[in-house]
Design a protein around this ligand. Structure first.
Ligand code: ADP
Ligand code: MG
Length: 571
């Protein structure tokens, strides 16, 4: 906990030293101007005769007069008022500047952390992303970073409390070092009791972190299964589940509120006891002069609340520390699993002869090997069918081929280059992969197509659509400019697949991989796709995975994973 807190504060300081320093400096000046305008009130009262005749011996009066003499202006009620208004004006301007700087620091800190996390996740290996929970990534990027932002805000705003704390502390030391030391010793037991509360604040933060993820999970799962929930009439179940989580969230917040309120009580009562001790010691033991005694009590009554308020900031920070830990852990894990491409061999041209699986072994977990010493050679510019029952590892094979997953042993060779040694970005740029669950963005059909080739012209778009039986697009009222809705929800499954196919072809790939990409199509449309594929035969390397026999017909080669003895089937 301590180490993370240090790391967190260090990361904050490192994030924007200049702005943070400016904030501190402004806080100091702001304190001075406020103090100045406050002190000015005393000679003003004096000059106005409210406190009786001008008291030439008043300290504030003397001090102000010295400054006035230095500035070379005459000491009247008017100059005093003008200076007073000027000071207030400066104080207000400084406050404005500080607000703006603080907001920028918070926003920049959040933005940098969020960008860094996003880049790390998106550049991590597919195997890592595949095994991470979506909601974990989602929650950290969106929610937890916001949470950290609140804490950053609070930490920065506590600078002024810090300044006040040092101001009162030094005044107290100036009046009486002995009494200040005694008072500080009195605070020690308070701080000891405090430690337990701090631990609890952190623990309650941990509980909140888990709860945020459950909440996100519940919402995301509901959104993803909205239709199912409705059709199974499971809304009640979802509602109950959801309410359970929100109720727990309230409980977590309540626990933290209690900790915070407990701290206030502790310090309020503690302060009263400390002031009493000071009084007794000052009167009975030290025999302090009355003026100093009053000043001491005044300072103690100001100093103790600043400590209490700083402790509450610390508690809130500890409470949000699990958010920071979560984000940093995900960041580091992603960074550890980065796909390294820079030092790899560029792939300038597609393999001339073959893509070869050479004694490949792969498993997701120990008990469940998917491939075991699997060897197969895909000939370039041939069409290869991959057969196998559901769950045999067809998609896994494709992910290995694209370098999305790494084999545990064995090699994938592009002619004689090891896939492990080549630049995967180059390699993937030559391919078009259409998975079963094709993804369309919530945008127009045109935008979805142009995603892979922004410079494509209208004729190219029409051509690829015709190739994949996509003429239905031209019959839509808005044609290519029809919005497809979230994940293409406004289109039928078959329509979505045809657009995904058109998008893949628009990329003009060297290797086309259809992974059950036509399973939502009816036979007549599938036959059109088959014809399109037949036309592409010999022009590119094609891999077909399909349940339907049509697409496999006419393939040059077939690899039947069922018949490969080296595969240890799951089960
Ligand atoms: N991320 C994963 N973690 C653990 N097991 C997985 C993961 N992805 C797939 N599997 C398992 O690996 C096996 C092969 O999956 P897959 O290649 O998708 O099969 P296919 O495409 O042939 O239907 C399945 O049993 C599946 O449950
Ligand atoms: Mg599959």
């Amino acid at each position: 906990m301590k180490k993370t807190l240090q790391d967190y504060l260090y990361s904050l300081v490192k994030s924007n030293k200049v702005k943070l320093l400016s904030s501190v400096v402004i806080t100091l000046f702001s304190g001075l101007t406020r103090g100045g305008s406050f002190i000015l009130l005393l000679p003003l009262l004096n000059l106005a005769g409210i406190t009786g005749n001008p008291d030439q011996n008043s300290r504030a009066f003397k001090l102000t007069k010295i400054i006035w003499d230095m500035l070379g202006i005459s000491f009247t009620i008017y100059t005093c008022l003008i200076i007073y208004v000027l000071l207030v004006l400066i104080h207000a301007c400084l406050g404005y500047m500080k607000n703006i700087i603080d907001v920028t620091v918070v926003q920049e800190y959040k933005q940098n952390l969020r960008n860094e996390l996003f880049s790390a996740v998106i550049n991590a290996e597919w195997g890592f992303i595949k095994s991470a929970k979506n909601t974990h990534i989602f929650n950290n990027i969106i929610n937890e970073i916001n949470n950290i932002g609140y804490s950053v805000n609070l930490v920065i705003s506590s600078f002024s409390t810090f300044t006040l704390f040092f101001f009162y502390l030094s005044t107290s030391l100036y009046v009486s070092i002995k009494m200040t030391v005694i008072a500080s010793l009195c605070i020690v037991p308070l701080l000891l009791v405090q430690r337990k509360l701090n631990n609890n604040a952190y623990k309650s933060g941990l509980a909140m972190y888990t709860r945020h993820e459950s909440l996100f999970n519940a919402v995301l799962e509901f959104i993803n299964s909205f239709k199912m929930a409705k059709s199974y009439t499971f809304q009640d179940r979802y509602e109950t589940e959801f309410r359970k989580i929100t109720q727990q969230t309230v409980k977590d917040e309540y626990i933290f509120a209690k900790i915070s309120a407990g701290t206030s009580i502790l310090y309020e009562v503690g302060s009263a006891i400390i002031v009493s001790i000071i009084l007794i010691l000052a009167i009975k033991v030290v025999h302090m002069p009355v003026v100093d005694l009053l000043l001491m009590i005044y300072i103690a009554s100001k100093l103790l609340p600043t400590i209490s308020s700083l402790i509450r900031v610390l508690q809130y920070t500890l409470n949000t520390l699990p958010s920071y830990e979560g984000v940093i852990n995900l960041l580091h894990d992603s960074q550890k699993n980065q796909e390294k491409n820079d030092d790899k061999l560029p792939v300038n041209e597609f393999p001339k002869k073959f893509i070869k699986f050479s004694e490949i072994s792969f498993r997701y977990d120990e008990e469940k090997p998917i491939l075991n010493n699997f060897s197969y050679e895909i000939e370039v510019n041939k069409t290869t069918s991959i057969l196998g029952a559901s769950g045999r590892g067809k998609t896994t094979l494709v992910e290995l081929l694209l370098g999305l997953l790494k084999p545990h042993s064995g090699k994938i060779l592009l002619d004689n280059k090891d896939l492990n040694d080549v630049n995967l970005t180059d390699w993937r740029n030559m391919s078009a992969y259409i998975p079963q669950e094709c993804f369309l963005f919530n945008a127009t059909i045109r935008e979805n197509l142009l995603w892979v080739k922004p410079e494509a012209n209208e004729a190219e778009l029409q051509e690829v659509l015709k190739l994949v039986a996509g003429e239905f697009v031209f019959r839509l009222p808005n044609g290519l400019d029809t919005n497809v809705g979230d994940q293409g929800i406004r289109l039928s499954g078959g329509e979505r697949q045809r657009i995904a196919l058109a998008r893949a072809l628009l990329r003009n790939p060297k290797i086309l991989i259809l992974d059950e990409a036509t399973n939502a199509l009816d036979i007549s449309n599938e036959l059109i796709i088959k014809k399109a594929i037949d036309n592409l035969k010999g022009k590119m390397t094609i891999l077909i995975i399909a349940h339907n026999q049509y697409l496999h017909e006419g393939a040059d080669e077939t690899v039947d994973l069922e018949a490969v003895p080296s595969i240890l089937y799951p089960e």
